[in-house]
Write a protein that binds this ligand. Structure first.
Ligand code: S3P
Length: 172
């Protein structure tokens, strides 16, 4: 059984890398946000606007636990906030899984996120001028939780293939 869990800030490349890794390892790719949307029968954007963030976080916690407690093999792309609520960061240390923090610098995240604010509920209200400072503060607050992952991979200026190779070494 192989449970590979990718964590990191929005824009760190979790989904793209998880898909690629799942393909290479021939196991299923799971996007936690998709599980949440299926369960709530609403988009993430609508969950935030109509039900509020707490509702989202509870659902996120429940579905994260369900997946981690299952006996399936998968590569899980978590949401940027997943390790930072309830005891989710403790669950990352579970012995039958490999968790990886995709560590991106503020500059990398800013350049990737500046044109994607609208689709991301936590960033949608921010002006371009406020975004950099928001990311810097938010990343600082969240780093403690991301750092609970078993491995850390710096992703700045690296190709997808190189990051995949780095991650595969942790699975040997
Ligand atoms: C969030 C990140 C999003 C999504 C939700 C909240 C966060 O996932 O779960 O909008 O708190 O950082 P991605 O990191 O996949 O964008």
């Amino acid at each position: 059984m192989c449970k590979l869990v990718l964590v990191g800030y929005m824009g760190s490349g979790k989904s793209v890398l998880a898909k690629k890794l799942a393909e290479k390892l021939n196991i299923s790719f799971v996007e936690l946000d998709d599980l949440i949307e299926e369960k709530a029968k609403m988009t993430i954007k609508t969950i935030f606007s109509d039900k509020g963030e707490l509702y989202f976080r509870k659902l996120e916690h429940q579905l994260f636990l369900e997946k981690m407690e299952s006996n399936e093999s998968f590569v899980l792309s978590t949401g940027g906030g997943t390790p930072c609520y309830f005891n989710n960061h403790e669950v990352l240390k579970q012995t039958d899984s490999v968790s990886i923090y995709l560590k991106a610098s503020i500059d990398t995240l800013y350049s990737r996120l500046k044109n994607q604010r609208e689709s991301r509920p936590l960033l949608a209200q921010l002006g371009e001028g406020e975004l950099r400072e928001f990311i810097a503060k938010h990343l600082f607050e969240r780093s403690y939780f991301y750092n609970q992952a078993k491995h850390i991979v710096v992703v700045d200026d690296k190709s997808i293939d190189d990051i995949v190779k780095e991650i595969e070494k942790f699975l040997l």
